[in-house]
Design a protein around this ligand. Sequence first.
Ligand SMILES: Nc1ncnc2c1ncn2[C@@H]1O[C@H](COP(=O)(O)OP(=O)(O)OP(=O)(O)O)[C@@H](O)[C@H]1O
Length: 249
Amino acid sequence: MNQDTLDKLRKMKFFGMFHAFKSSVETGKTNDYTADELLGHLVDAEWDDRQNRRIERTILYAKFRYKAAIEDVHYHAERSIDRNQIMRLAECTFIDRFENILVTGSTGIGKSYVASAIGHQACIQGYRVFYASTPKLFAKLKMAKADGSYIKEIAKLERTQLLILDDFGIQPFDAQSRAALLEIIEDRHGKTSLIITSQLPVSKWFEVIGEKTIADAILDRIVHDAHRIELKGESMRRKRTPITANNLE
Ligand SMILES: Nc1ncnc2c1ncn2[C@@H]1O[C@H](COP(=O)(O)OP(=O)(O)OP(=O)(O)O)[C@@H](O)[C@H]1O
């Protein structure tokens, strides 16, 4: 009888209920529950399992550079990383308000890590997130232009509620990438959010975008009212592995 029920639960893909019922049967706990309690327990298990699988799918879709959970972020006083600010941003209300976050600081300071941790938290809260390395994204968009999949790629970006553009400004933009950047920023403005990380201070972004009118249009939409995280101090990479003559090859 129980085996029949278990088989049906599995066939219906009620995996949460399946595992909860199986373990209740195996441990003899079904007898400890009233009918109402058992039903509640099984429904809770199914609910949790579906929620967890949805979060896993969202995290997978986001393609983060780091598996960074917000609780794993280290706060070192010398890096001027503000726990209160990070925790506030991790509540993700900035996404509901369609606000942006700009993370700046030198190489290895933890910009991608912090951006991924906030993005990870957004996934847990059910937002659709996508992480992209800026140079790779624009190289991909160039290829998409050539093979006719550009509109599909842009539409995919548009559907994300939070887009993370990592390593912004590591390469100057050429005319084609500049136009694509403007298109992305215009599409998102007032509708969705961005996290941009860059080694360059925001004051240098104008130069890296290149053309005055386009740079004005882009920066006007992303810089004002953005939350700023300015990380300072020593590279986290250096902290982990001191660079010596022996390992610098
Ligand atoms: N707050 C943090 N807590 C824990 N680990 C961190 C933190 N910040 C950075 N790290 C670790 O330090 C290393 C460098 O971090 P990260 O890649 O985020 O730096 P970055 O500033 O984005 O560098 P780059 O500009 O070169 O891309 C990574 O291995 C990361 O796991």
